[in-house]
Write a protein that binds this ligand. Structure first.
Ligand code: FES
Ligand code: FE
Length: 428
């Protein structure tokens, strides 16, 4: 099978994506094999399991994993399936434990996955598990960057460092807002959307939809700050390579680091000025300005979004079918942030980013409307993602669609390579 999924015509300034990629089961199977089984996928943040023994259940790339801080201090991702007959070993969502015991026949494992014991030992040979195959298996490739931990199910994958490439600079800008690093606040927000996973990848770096889709939020911001005459979202869209992209822009909302807004107190204003001075000392004027006053929405191909906007959030998502995805969202904040800053940040998070905020339900509605329209629609075939091509990709504005094209170009490259390999095999 071979087919055209993307039409990328620089001369005509036209970029089209075939709508079958959102509803075709064969495409989803190919995505699982070529993307989710081979790319680096976010599993969680180091601060979710800060202490020895801490663990959290995670679903990554369709696998049930146990994200665990083992007794030897290592962070591991264990496949949460019993080497005996397959049951989920750990049924709790999170906790702290030196060992895990399988519910079914009570085999037990230390928190690094080693088989520690089982009932009826005399039924097994003396050297049972001498080769370690009865231990809980760990994902071989687990690497982290500045607290963000990723796994890769392909043992031959390039390093995370190389994979992230230019995206590291933007992760740095997010993390550098805190001298003590970022931590995940509270739990994870889990929800599902009746839409294809790639629609959320697009939406997360789509500033073009901001004003129309989130009009209510912007109306509120305008009413809170008489200084805002007109809502403007200005900045750049940047292709970071490997399918990663960012939009970096200024916006009228308050940023807890460190853009004050009139609904916050005068005390907070003074604190933020101090905070900004500190950033200048640490990084110089220009970088301090970027950290404090610029917003960043980053997509790390294929399914991690880091938004450093009125609050910081990380989101990851995975398709259970072409028209359905499961989303996990995290709120992040500087470790040791003072109470008033944290309150302002949490309010910002809840107001816009949280599952009941002004953004998430609006976005989900938009995504589900798209998915609804693709279903059984074979007559209207192509989506248009051309905005800004006419300017040249290196001059893209944040409100252009370059960020999405960067994602799709990588996506298309991976899928076309897979079609080509298949063709070669067929010809042999
Ligand atoms: Fe786990 Fe049997 S399946 S002990
Ligand atoms: Fe949105």
């Amino acid at each position: 099978m071979s087919r055209q999924l993307v039409k990328d015509n620089m001369e005509k300034h036209e970029f089209l994506v075939h709508r079958s990629v959102f509803s075709d089961r064969e495409i989803l199977a190919r995505e699982r094999a070529e993307i989710f089984n081979k790319c680096w996928l976010f599993i969680g943040h180091e601060t979710e399991i800060p202490n020895v023994g801490d663990y959290k259940r995670k679903k990554v790339g369709g696998r049930n994993l146990l994200f665990v801080h083992s007794q030897d201090g290592e962070i591991r991702a264990l496949y949460n399936t019993c080497p005996h007959r397959g049951a989920l070993v750990c049924r709790e969502n999170e906790g702290n434990s030196r060992a895990f015991r399988c519910f079914y026949h009570a085999w037990s494992f230390t928190n690094d996955g080693k088989l520690a014991g089982m009932p009826g030992k005399d039924g097994f040979p003396e050297d049972f598990n001498a080769d370690g195959t009865k231990d809980m298996k760990a994902v071989n490739r687990l690497e982290s960057y500045r607290g963000f931990v990723f796994v890769n199910f392909d043992d031959n994958a390039i390093s995370l460092d190389e994979y992230l490439g230019n995206a590291k600079e933007y992760i740095d800008l997010v993390v550098d807002q805190s001298e003590s690093g970022l931590e995940v606040l509270g739990g994870v927000q889990q929800y599902s959307v009746r839409a294809n996973w790639k629609l959320l990848a697009e939406n997360s770096v789509d500033l073009y939809h901001g004003m129309p889709t989130h009009k209510t939020y912007f109306d509120i911001k305008q009413s809170q700050d008489p200084g805002i005459k007109r809502i403007q979202l200005e900045g750049r869209g940047i292709d970071l390579g490997n399918g990663h992209a960012v939009m970096e822009y200024v916006a009228p909302w308050g940023r807890p680091v460190a853009q004050w807004t009139p609904i916050w107190s005068e005390d907070l204003k003074r604190d933020m000025e101090k905070m900004k001075e500190k950033l200048k000392e640490r990084f110089g004027e220009e970088r301090a300005d970027r950290i404090a006053n610029y917003n960043r929405n980053i997509i790390i191909f294929p399914n991690l979004v880091i938004n450093d906007i009125m609050a910081v959030t990380a989101r990851t998502f995975y398709p259970t079918s072409p028209g359905y995805m499961e989303v996990s969202g995290y709120a992040l904040a500087p470790i040791g942030e003072d109470k008033e800053h944290r309150m302002a940040r949490n309010n910002n998070f809840l107001e816009f980013l949280g599952p009941g905020g002004f953004a998430t339900p609006d976005d989900n509605e938009a995504l589900e409307l798209c998915q609804e329209a693709y279903t059984n629609n074979t007559e209207v075939e192509w989506n248009d993602i051309s905005k800004g091509m006419v300017r040249g990709e290196e001059n893209a504005l944040a409100t252009d669609e370059l960020q999405m094209r960067s994602f799709w170009r990588q996506y298309n490259k991976i899928l076309q390579e897979s079609f080509n390999r298949e063709k070669e095999v067929a010809h042999q």
